[in-house]
Design a binder for this molecule. Structure first.
Ligand code: FAD
Ligand code: NAP
Length: 498
């Protein structure tokens, strides 16, 4: 309940981990008349759905952001209606590659009430099946509307009182070979659309021309599935975060050696020298029409067969109608939600919630966000959110501080205590369920979860312990049977791997 009018209908955008746990939290309030989770894929799982065929291939658009490469579709003037099927790329497919395993210990990644079957680091199909099973276990299936894309979210005119939201929805009807369009109205909306769909390739001198001269050479890690197409090929990978690290390591046993990796910053897995079979390069300064790739230190590579940009993703909100809603929801310059509070609320629109935006623990954090939003919309917060002026101050101060410290606005750090403070905030607003038992309880951050986050690593990290190592900040305690390591004493960058 906000502004004394009860919120009875809630729409959720996306059925990844964020949408699934939001449905679970809303359902447990036993308060809402309508809960609808709209998902463009044909099932729950989000990022964890594996697409063996990653086509269509990426159109290389160096430096271009989602408003350019993933723009809104044009909405039919009258609804309901049908149109010829959409042909515009919408980036629904996921970046999961065959060998991918999770990189967050199971106890800290899964939702609090049902564990992953196995661990600590599990193959990608485990989180996918886990999310599908979670829907069944909590009897959530009736809330889900699959194969349905939210194409527009617009505020409805509300001369007096609280706003409502009109969602314009599109579903492909294969039997009629058309797209069907219709709209539905809701009191509140939770946005859980994920932010690893639209790949990003930075602007580099000569890159656009290079892609026309050598159209098959450049790709993005989103489209990588197996090392086989790269057998005996000369390959350069750009980026050394999780995707760049995994792909480079896998290619060492398939591609021509050395496999080159272009690094902007040393990553947590990098030691003083590259591992056998790999060679490091600095960032690229120019692509030449001859095919030569020139690096910042003046060195170059000729005749590369493949260049894989593992340079991450940009959040995309093509459905957010900026004109109807008073402005955009995402600030690309500062990589942040516009008018956001606590990475979860909008101080301009208290009936909009966001689950899954921050870079922090994933499923488990989304659980706290989902419960708090369910409680807010049901009018059962244990204590009110701060006044709008204070929420605005939080946003302004965080932008100043993160800018000053060179941090990203939505990265929530562990070792500074920030994650604890953030979760505590959500926990305290959500409070306990009602005496009658309605509502899901926010979980305790147990010693076991904290220990796993601080000590279990998927890969050894030089200088941070693990295997037989024991120097620098950490001391090693050996390796698990799948190669994961236990580290002790490491105190920096603890959530950097997420
Ligand atoms: C390669 C890779 C590996 C990862 N590995 C890990 C890991 O090991 N551990 C970890 O904790 N995290 C990992 N992550 C992060 C991962 O994204 C999170 O674990 C989690 O899945 C995010 O859940 P989400 O629901 O927020 O987003 P998503 O899983 O992306 O789900 C969003 C859903 O919204 C749907 N959607 C989007 N727009 C619309 C629309 N307009 N209408 C309808 N539906 C829409 C999408 O189809 C999707 O199903 C990884 C990410 C990537 C890319
Ligand atoms: N489970 C797993 O093992 C696994 C595997 C893959 C991905 N993931 C997850 O998927 C998400 C995305 O990971 P990601 O590795 O694809 O992307 P990412 O973490 O955003 O990393 C992007 C990489 O590209 C580099 N980069 C960005 N812009 C650049 C530029 N202009 N020039 C040169 N380099 C540039 C970055 O360097 P800087 O460091 O200098 O910015 C970084 O190395 C993360 O949450 C990650 O944990 C998990």
């Amino acid at each position: 309940m906000i502004d004394s009018k009860p919120i009875k209908s809630v729409a959720v955008i996306g059925a990844g981990a964020a949408g699934v746990i939001t449905a679970a939290a809303l359902s447990r309030e036993k308060y809402f008349d309508t809960i609808r989770v709209f998902e463009r894929r044909d099932g729950a799982g989000g990022t964890w759905i594996y697409d063996a065929d990653p086509t269509p291939p990426i159109e290389i658009a160096p430096g271009k952001l989602p408003p350019d490469v993933d723009p809104p579709l044009s909405i039919p003037k009258t609804l309901p209606t049908s149109t010829p099927p959409n042909r515009q790329e919408r980036f629904e497919k996921t970046p999961i590659y065959d060998s991918l395993t999770t990189n967050v210990p199971d106890i800290a990644m899964s939702f609090s009430d049902i564990p992953f079957p196995g661990g600590p680091f599990v193959p990608h199909e485990v989180p996918h099946h886990y999310l599908e099973d979670y829907v069944t276990a909590h009897k959530l299936a009736p809330y889900f509307v699959f194969n349905t894309t939210v194409e527009d979210v617009s505020k409805l005119p509300s001369p007096a009182g609280r706003e409502r939201w009109k969602l314009t929805l599109r579903r492909h009807a294969p039997d009629r070979a058309v797209d069907e369009w219709w709209s539905e109205e809701f009191d509140a909306v939770v946005i859980g659309n994920g932010h690893y769909s639209v790949p990003f390739i930075p602007e580099v001198k000569g890159l656009k021309k290079y892609t026309t001269l050598f159209p098959t050479r450049i790709t993005h890690s989103k489209y990588y599935r197996t090392p086989h197409p790269y057998a005996n090929k000369r390959v350069l990978i750009i980026g050394n975060s999780a995707s760049g690290h995994d792909i480079t390591a896998e290619l060492v046993s398939h591609a021509a050696l050395p496999v080159y990796q272009s690094r902007r910053t040393a990553s947590r897995w990098d030691g003083p020298t590259p591992p056998p079979g790999m060679a490091w390069k600095p960032i690229i300064s120019e692509f030449l029409p001859s095919g030569r790739i020139v690096f910042e230190d003046g060195s170059h590579l000729d005749d590369m067969d493949a260049v894989v940009y593992a340079t991450g993703y940009r959040a995309s909100f093509p459905f957010w109608n900026a004109r109807a809603n008073g402005g955009p929801i995402w600030d690309y310059q500062n990589a942040k939600v516009v008018n956001g509070y606590w990475h979860t609320f909008l101080h301009t629109y208290p009936t909009i919630g966001l689950v899954g935006v921050p870079r922090v623990l994933t499923f488990r954090s989304w659980e706290y966000q989902a419960i708090t939003l369910a409680r807010l919309f049901a009018g059962r917060l244990a204590k009110p959110l701060p006044p709008v002026a204070e929420q605005r101050r939080w946003e302004r101060r965080r932008l100043e501080r993160t800018g000053h410290e060179g941090l990203k606005f939505h990265d929530v750090q562990w070792e500074t205590g920030e994650t604890h403070g953030w979760l505590r905030g959500l926990f305290e607003w959500a409070g306990l369920g009602t005496l009658e038992g309605e509502g899901r309880l926010p979980p305790a951050l147990t010693k076991e979860v904290v220990w796993a986050i601080e000590h279990l690593r998927k890969y050894p990290e030089p200088g941070k312990g693990g295997r037989d190592e024991g120097d620098g900040e950490g001391e090693g305690e050996g390796a698990g049977e799948d190669g994961w390591v236990v580290v002790t004493g490491a105190k920096k960058d603890l959530l950097h791997f997420v």
